[in-house]
Design a protein around this ligand. Structure first.
Ligand code: ZN
Length: 177
């Protein structure tokens, strides 16, 4: 069944939590090192992620054998449930800046407590660590953050703290830590 996909997603969560946890411990945020992204294990986040992972695995297989069995309609449905689970995740977890935004006609942003801004940065560092590996992940995180800077719509006070944290990261990268 989808056991393989469930395992793939679970091992991704463990790996992600490990890398993010290291950064959070470094920042002295021990409680968040434990709680980070735990909601991904709840059914309405876990199941859509597993189904999406499974569909991606099958698609890769079908492309290899040139079968392309997955109907795009079905894939659209799977993708939409996956995106909904992302939205639910962002509104459950305060380390996502989307949590601090209200889009009700006008987009209103609220100040994000510093510990969650730090968790957000740790989240990005952890993601890059898993993709890039040990040597360049801090630099890569800074580069990616600069790339999407304009689309990061945070409260101005939070953005100041965020920029300060990015400067500290640049310093860390410069020191090759
Ligand atoms: Zn998260």
């Amino acid at each position: 069944m989808k056991l393989y996909a469930a395992w793939t997603f679970l091992s991704y969560i463990i790996r992600h939590k490990y890398f993010v946890g290291r950064e959070l411990i470094r920042m002295g945020l021990y409680r968040q090192a434990i709680t980070h992204d735990l909601s991904k294990l709840l059914p309405n986040e876990f199941i859509p992620n597993v189904i999406f992972t499974d569909a991606k695995n099958n698609k890769a297989k079908d492309n290899k054998t040139k079968k392309k069995k997955i109907k795009s309609e079905k894939m659209k449905e799977i993708r939409s449930s996956f995106l909904l689970s992302r939205l639910i995740h962002c509104h459950r977890n305060r380390h996502h800046y989307v949590y601090w935004r209200m889009a009700n006609g006008v987009v209103r942003t609220f100040p994000m407590p510093e510990k969650y801004i730090k968790e957000m940065v740790a989240d990005w560092l952890g993601q890059q660590r898993a993709i890039t590996g040990k040597s360049m992940y801090v630099e890569e995180t800074i580069r990616k953050a600069k790339e999407k800077d304009k689309s990061i719509k945070m409260h101005w006070e939070s953005k100041l703290i965020f920029n300060q944290l990015m400067d500290e990261l640049a310093e860390r990268a410069g020191n090759n830590l």
